[in-house]
Design a protein around this ligand. Structure first.
Ligand code: VGL
Ligand code: ZN
Length: 206
């Protein structure tokens, strides 16, 4: 990606869920999750505007397998809003796992957006919860600040980054996914289908 192509005024870098639980020693480790940290740090220096997001669940969140007796992590269950993958307990509010990776260094980040704090609904996208209709408020924030183009980096490519990128397109933003600064969980081919869905939605890749 050419730094000269970044508009300092209308571009924003969205750093998605670079939290301990998504890194190697975390509860929902994304393979090589921590490898994005130095890349994201460098990338952030090219942007005047950076937003960080944090997966932020209360204890006994309904996306946790432990909230469904007899179910295992990575099973699927039907929730009132649709099919939900069950995860190990992760990113519990104010825990070590929910904290940003200690090497993440983006002091000029202007907003930290938390999501997934309602016990009954998961939220992969940073724009809408998994019912696809409850907004996080980020769309309004970005519009009010006149951002037009979103660069996405972080974890995980096939969940939070995917759903955020698709919703951002729906909200009318240009979207660039910085693929080398993302890592995937890759359950049953979910990375390949995520890349295809993002291409089809007009997401660009850098
Ligand atoms: C995520 C699974 C569960 C993500 C969050 O940020 O990609 N994935 N919670
Ligand atoms: Zn989560």
């Amino acid at each position: 990606m050419n730094a000269a192509l970044v508009s300092l005024e209308h571009d924003v870098l969205l750093v998605v869920d670079v939290q301990n639980d998504f890194c190697s020693s975390g509860a929902l480790a994304v393979p090589q999750g921590e490898a994005v940290v130095p890349l994201v740090n460098q990338l952030a220096q090219r942007f005047a505007h950076v937003v960080l997001t944090q997966d932020w669940h209360p204890p006994r969140h309904m996306s946790f397998a432990s909230s469904h007796p007899g179910r295992q992590p990575f099973d699927s269950v039907e929730m009132p809003y649709g099919t939900q993958t069950l995860w190990p307990d992760h990113c519990i509010q104010d825990s070590w796992g929910a904290a940003f990776h200690p090497d993440l260094q983006i002091p000029h980040a202007e907003l930290i957006l938390r999501k997934g704090y309602r016990r009954q609904i998961d939220s992969y996208s940073v724009f809408y919860e998994n019912d696809r209709s409850t907004p996080t408020g980020l769309g309004g924030y970005l519009r009010e600040r006149s951002f037009r183009r979103l660069f996405l980096a972080g974890l995980a490519t096939d969940y939070c980054v995917l759903y955020s990128a698709l919703d951002a397109r729906r909200e009318g933003f240009e979207v660039v996914v910085v693929q080398e600064a993302c890592r995937a969980i890759d359950l049953d081919g979910s990375l390949a289908s995520a890349l295809a869905a993002m291409h089809a939605a007009g997401v660009e890749f850098a």
